[in-house]
Design a protein around this ligand. Sequence first.
Ligand SMILES: [Zn+2]
Length: 159
Amino acid sequence: MKNEPTKRCAKCLCHKPISEFYRSQREVFGRGSYCKVCDKADKKARYAKNKERIQQQRKDYYQTHRENLLAYGKRYYVEHKEDLKAYFQEYRETHKEEIAHQRKGYYQRNREKCLAAATAWQKAHPEKRKASQLRYQQRKNRRKRNEHSSRDSRARGRL
Ligand SMILES: [Zn+2]
């Protein structure tokens, strides 16, 4: 072991026995120029850098092709609009009862909640409620007035 040749690491510049270097066909003594410790650190760093680069590339790709990618999504929708519509239409047709059942079930299950929410809303917005009642009343009155006036005009026409 004493006579084991040493080699200087190209990175940390330490003299280390060549068993501290990975085997490499290309280098002197058939060993790598970095010691095992430095080689590992270097690989790790290169991997991290590579990862960063790949992520950056992906980002760059998205940035430069953003318009195309978005256009593709839009084009897909436009080209398949009828298919999609037909699909949903058919789904609604074939699942009519199921959908109605679900809706009914939801209301029944949440009836108390629905009513409570409506009451709470009315309590919280009394002026809005009054306004909507007023609008309803006005509409009713107008309808009544219209009936009257049409009857009147008809009556006048007869005269
Ligand atoms: Zn080293």
